[in-house]
Design a protein around this ligand. Sequence first.
Ligand code: PLP
Length: 393
Amino acid sequence: MSDPVASSRAIAVPFLELHAQFSTVRDDVLTAINRVVESQHFILGPEVEALERDIAQLTQSQFAIGVSSGTDALLVALMGLDIAPGDEVITTPFSFFATAGCIARLGAKPVFVDIDPQTFNLDPAGLEANITPRTQAIIPVHLYGQTADMDPIVTIAKRHELAVLEDAAQAIGAMYHGRPAGSLGNVAALSFFPTKNLGAFGDGGMVLTSDEALAKRMVMLRNHGFQPKYHSQVLGGNFRLDALQAAVLRAKLPHLQTWTEARRDHAAFYRQAFSETGLRSSDPTGPTEPGQIVLPIESRDCRHVYHQFVIRVAAERRDPLRKHLAEQQIGTEVYYPLPLHVQGCFANLGHRIGDFPHSERAAAETVALPIYAELLPEQQQRVVSAIAEYIRR
Ligand SMILES: Cc1ncc(COP(=O)(O)O)c(C=O)c1O
């Protein structure tokens, strides 16, 4: 006889399940951790250097510099570009806070350009009107694991002699016209936050560039500007990556391709299953109807790595839908519920609701579904059926 408690546990769909991944790499990761513990070399050193070589190769970047987080990767990159008070840096209002926070922490002004509602990424069409003599750089974000439309962004940046910093925190392994995320601008930031497609056992990040002078500067910036040790050439900080994190990441890296393929397969499964419900909207840019589900667009120019699989539903149904799913032990998330231009700490920028309508609508309508590699087809089917059941009401 089936045990109702056990069966309800079997069909729960947590939004994330890090244990499932750990169980597939446990031996290699523990061996790697043990290697560092036995070496008693905890900061930078050979583990970090080996990871830097591997990530440089993966991202076709000449230089990869391990740092303490994705946030610090953005900060070190902006410091490397010499962003200073009075400068302006253009970015998207629909991202994780750090993207704009790092600009403001250096005393510069984040200037927002709205997203393309189909891809959720910065819309290059809005760039040129926002370039001023103070503009120094552009930060496109490869949100959810799909690259921004980089060709027009880089063309505009070159025309105005601006640097391009890719926020590739969510996009390791993503491609744009066959070239890897992280190699598409002047410099890029990766995050190894534990929930990322390649996650550490704590905070970690990396800056990427093929500009040798910038790389040398960022190596100094990560460690108090030292060159040589205890001689500070530039005003840096402690943005160093731990050897333990590097060792964990090196143990996981050989699996990244397989995990990414699994995420892409899960995305294809969702697309097929949602199409079969008959609720899929045929016009992803039109108003989101209460009885419809809008699936994410996969641009033909990109290889999406599905850090997140994000659907849209009518704004008034989004939070009740999440509650309905939570009651059935199906986890969801919202990335991100409040766009950056209306964050309290940016009140000084003078923005209000209505300034960036596509970002505001995305913040109100989007919901991220479970998409990790270890997800089972029956779990995905449950997610789709539960959403369809609610949307049909
Ligand atoms: C788009 C984006 N930028 C920056 C970051 C910051 O990375 P971290 O959490 O490693 O500091 C993240 C991760 O949370 C992110 O998703």
